[in-house]
Design a protein around this ligand. Structure first.
Ligand code: 8YV
Length: 329
């Protein structure tokens, strides 16, 4: 009998057909919460899940006695109770590598857009204000030759740094628990404490994953340490930055601007002042959202799930321990 999977992410016809060859699929279009009664009921018979953007709470695992693997269509896994999954012997697979360059492109788009005030000045032309004047009050600041500080220097952080160092002659600084000698050599990157990096950087780009230790890593004190001319970019997860403190810092001119792809709560509330601030470029969490990359992520998740449910090691695995203990068993 075919194993049963629940699919709630965007998959192409070909990917669905590939899954249908192996499994019995139940699809949940537009699922926004794992508490959806039909989804919860279906969990009781599910061997695998494939999807994204839906948090799976640890309590639900008790209702999923047959669950063997989750294939998330994302690199981030803050939506999943990793420890509980590991305890239940459930493999958690993600999609690193295939989205690195695209997400770094988004980071750089935000660097360029905020520094050169691209959105604000495009609106200026759209309104017909160009006829009146264009003067120093509309000027931006240079990107090339400036100092780029990466908070988190993993795959995506390194790809942003590569663009900055090799394409724009930027000095790269990074704050990370462990040194990265290969990247230091390649990009002339220098490691700093977080406080040093904040004080030194013209652009502070957050690429560190969300965890208990990185929640509100950038708060009021950290924003105060930044130069008043500096720009904050966040392409990681919203809660790494204290959004209330960020809004205050932007309103009071304690930092120049922010380029944001992620927020404390998504989708961003209509009441948030952020999209209306002239020194903010706010994107709707589209870091990896290109046709090519989203397709590659979905394909990686499909491949991961097929491997996992057929007793093979998935390509990208978050909780390696589960695989090791299955092999040892
Ligand atoms: C996802 C992301 O597509 O991969 C991640 O961690 O943030 C995005 O690329 C998004 O989270 C939807 O799952």
């Amino acid at each position: 009998m075919k194993k049963r999977i629940l699919a709630y992410g965007r998959l192409s016809e070909a990917q669905l057909a590939q899954l249908a060859n192996e499994f019995e699929i139940q699809q949940f279009h537009g699922l926004t919460s794992a508490n959806d009664p039909a989804f919860r009921a279906a969990l009781a018979k599910a061997h695998g899940l494939i999807g994204s953007s839906v948090a799976i709470p640890a309590e639900l695992l008790d209702e999923a006695p047959h669950l063997e693997a989750i294939a998330s269509i994302s690199v981030g896994f803050d939506n999943y109770p990793v420890e509980a999954l590991t305890q239940h012997g459930i493999l958690l697979c993600n999609t690193p590598d295939v989205l690195t360059e695209t997400t770094a492109d988004t980071g750089f788009a935000l660097i360029m857009a905020t520094a050169r005030r691209v959105v604000e000045l495009a609106d200026f032309v759209r309104r017909g204000d160009w006829q009146k004047s264009i003067g120093p009050e509309h000027f931006g600041s240079d990107v090339h030759g400036k100092t780029l500080g990466l908070v988190g220097f993993g795959r995506i952080g390194a790809a942003v740094a590569r663009r900055g160092a090799l394409g724009f002659g930027m000095q790269v600084r990074y704050a990370m628990a462990s040194p990265k000698p290969v990247l230091e050599e390649e990009l002339g990157a220098e490691r700093r404490t977080l406080d040093e990096l904040l004080a030194e950087s013209d652009f502070v780009c957050v690429t560190i994953p969300l965890s208990d230790t990185t929640h509100h890593l950038i708060g009021a004190d950290e924003l105060t340490r930044m130069k008043s001319s500096a720009i904050l970019i966040n392409i990681a997860r919203g809660p790494v930055v204290d959004e209330t403190a960020l809004i205050e810092a932007l309103e009071e001119g304690r930092i120049r601007a922010a380029g944001l792809d992620v927020y404390n709560h998504e989708p961003l509330s209509q009441d948030s002042p952020l999209p209306h601030m002239s020194n903010v470029v706010a994107l709707p969490h589209i870091g990896s959202a290109t046709h090519e990359t989203r397709n590659a992520m979905a394909q990686r998740a499909v491949d991961n799930l097929i491997l996992a449910l057929s007793g093979n090691r998935p390509i990208s695995l978050v909780n390696e321990e589960v695989w090791e203990s299955r092999r040892g068993a």
